[in-house]
Design a binder for this molecule. Structure first.
Ligand SMILES: Cc1cc2nc3c(=O)[nH]c(=O)nc-3n(C[C@H](O)[C@H](O)[C@H](O)COP(=O)(O)O)c2cc1C
Length: 570
């Protein structure tokens, strides 16, 4: 029986796209069984969330400078803003009779497998408990109604353990419905779901930064405990809806938790809670992609020891060599407003093939991918970076076209050099800011090749630059097979940074999940699977599709004042 880590390696290999053969997927799309894009919990109490009306404009750059944005109190309005600007709708698009929603967070194929949950103590305007967020109606659906005394005791215990007032933050849990993605992408879908989780973490941490809040991933939660905390539907349940797989739990609030909220008191606080709601069925029939169930099982974060012991404190954030002061000011576009960028973020469908970006804009974008203490989105994940950027520079003023590498962890450059083709030149780049360890590997025109590598998608070559996110795969797996998920989360969070920074410099980005894995590795001269590219991204001057009409996200709600439903939505 292969070990979980061997199963992860095997999954990774079999889900590579090759120019001559794609990873196994459906032959054509089964439109009759296309999964519903929105999960709902029927017969649960609902809490309408107010739409954000604050008129204060927060400059995007301030969100990247810790301590600059005044912290908002934690209450119904601020939590509503947190969800609206991360997992909420950003627009509706239509062409003829077709109409579909876009959200602040992107998703492979716009399929949105990621679901969001709120776990909170009593807040002004919101009773404590566990809720599911549903974006089209911008409301919370009550999942767990804990015994009020027990729940307050649990949060009090947390505040004693942490020596701080726990209403200084909330927990947000993420889960994935793999079937939503597998319907279109088959076996490779598990990778895309993990990338989407990383994007959602990025989106939440930027939305939190607008509120002056911090976001921290809580490592010490096993998958089983997350299922219990969030009440996730499992396929073995009586009515067998589409299952949700636990992803992660985030602490979000004005105060950074010095140690993570403990699982034992919170789960004890839920003892005897009433669980509300029935999950909707997303498709009449679904095709089982067994490999997805197998990889999810291989990547499970193991159960806590029994009886549960206190969670260990979160490791100290990595020693950051980079300070916020390194951040170059926004070029050309000036001090863009954070919420405007968050709402206008879109994926480009096509690039014009002529737009050049300035070197300052380019350096700013890659600089923003470096981890810095308390700076979104990377501070949310907190671990030492395990992803490095392979840059295909096409149209950047004063930076010759060619292949470049940006190591994102101090000291890793020699390891990478030892692993890649010895023929690369590894020259430092003239004009690059000193703190970037950017290296030129080759000077050449890569426009056609980068499109070819990205499943022949022109957007990778018509851009100003494109990126491959190269992970230290073996190093990650040495820490446990579940690190496979985490590497994709890091890549997704990097993608979210690139999306928003592209908007900030007046350009547009697009995530690229479809690429020919080993062809990229051959270009780098990688002889083995120690390093693997997990995700690509491209940035350029977009061509607008004028056939599409755009509509505001929440015109159908006409709601500002919160309303608590009396009867539930049924
Ligand atoms: C993980 C991931 C992979 C993606 N892969 C591709 C891709 O290969 N090609 C492409 O054109 N767009 C790709 N996209 C962009 C999505 O199609 C896009 O996010 C989705 O349609 C929603 O549109 P929006 O980003 O404008 O909200 C990807 C997005 C994500 C998050």
């Amino acid at each position: 029986m292969p070990s979980p880590t061997q199963r992860v390696r095997a999954y990774h290999e079999r889900t590579k796209h090759q120019p001559e053969q794609s990873a196994a997927g459906p032959q054509g799309l089964d439109w009759a069984n296309q999964p519903e894009p929105f999960r709902t919990w029927a017969d649960s109490e609902t809490v309408d969330l107010p739409l954000w009306t604050a008129t204060t404009e927060i400059p995007y750059d301030d969100c990247l400078r810790p301590g600059t944005v005044a912290a908002q109190p934690v209450n119904l309005e601020s939590v509503a803003g947190l969800f609206e600007h991360s997992l909420g709708l950003a627009a509706w698009k239509s062409i003829g009779p077709e109409r579909w929603a876009l959200r602040c967070n992107p998703s492979s194929g716009n399929l949105h497998p990621t679901e969001g949950y709120l776990v909170c103590p009593n807040l002004a305007g919101l009773e404590g408990g566990v809720y599911h967020y549903t974006s089209p109606e911008h409301l919370l659906e009550r999942r767990a109604r804990p015994d009020p005394e027990r729940w307050s005791r649990a949060w009090q215990e947390l505040s004693q353990n942490q020596n701080q007032n726990q209403s200084q933050g909330v927990l947000v849990g993420l889960s994935s419905i793999h079937w939503r993605e597998a319907w279109k992408y088959g076996e490779r879908a598990y990778r895309y779901c993990q990338l989407d989780v990383g994007h959602a973490v990025g989106a939440l941490s930027f939305a939190a930064a607008v509120l002056g809040w911090q976001t921290r991933w809580l490592e010490a939660w096993s998958d089983d405990n997350l299922i219990r905390l969030l009440g996730l539907p499992r396929s073995e349940a009586a009515k067998a809806p589409e299952e949700e797989s636990p992803d992660l739990l985030l602490w979000i609030g004005p105060e950074v938790a010095t140690s993570p909220p403990l699982s034992a008191p919170l789960l004890a606080g839920l003892r005897g809670a009433t669980w509300e709601g029935e999950p909707n069925r997303l498709s009449a029939q679904r095709r089982d992609w067994n490999v997805i169930g197998e990889i999810a099982e291989a990547c499970r974060v193991p159960p806590d020891p029994d009886p549960p012991t206190p969670d260990p404190p979160t490791p100290d954030p990595p020693a950051h060599r980079w300070s916020p002061g390194d951040l170059p000011p926004l070029p050309a576009t000036g001090n863009a407003e954070a919420l405007r960028l968050i709402r206008q973020r879109r994926s480009a469908q096509a690039f014009d093939g002529v737009t050049h970006m300035t070197a300052a804009a380019f350096y700013r974008m890659i600089d923003a991918t470096l981890p810095r203490a308390d700076v979104p989105p990377l501070a949310a994940l907190g671990w030492e970076p395990r992803i490095h950027l392979l840059l295909f520079v096409h149209r950047v003023e004063d930076v010759p076209a060619g292949l470049y590498l940006l190591p994102r962890r101090p000291g890793v450059v020699e390891t990478l050099r030892g692993a890649l083709d010895p023929e690369h030149c590894w020259e430092p780049v003239e004009g690059a800011p000193d703190h970037l360890e950017l290296r030129r590997l080759q000077t050449l025109d890569l426009r056609d090749l980068s499109a070819a590598l990205c499943c022949r998608q022109d957007i990778a070559g018509d851009s100003a630059f494109s990126v491959g996110m190269v992970a230290e795969l073996e190093e990650g797996l040495n820490q446990g097979p579940w690190w496979y998920r985490r590497l994709f989360w890091e890549a997704g969070a990097l993608g979210q940074s690139l999306y928003l920074n592209a908007e900030a410099v007046g350009l547009r980005g697009t995530g690229i999940g479809c690429f020919f894995d080993d062809a990229v590795h051959r270009l780098m001269g990688l002889p083995d699977a120690r390093f693997q590219s997990l995700y690509h991204f491209t940035v350029g001057g977009p061509i607008k599709d004028r056939r599409l009409a755009t509509h505001p996200p929440y015109a159908h709600l006409k709601r500002v004042i919160p309303r608590k439903s009396e009867t539930g939505r049924g």
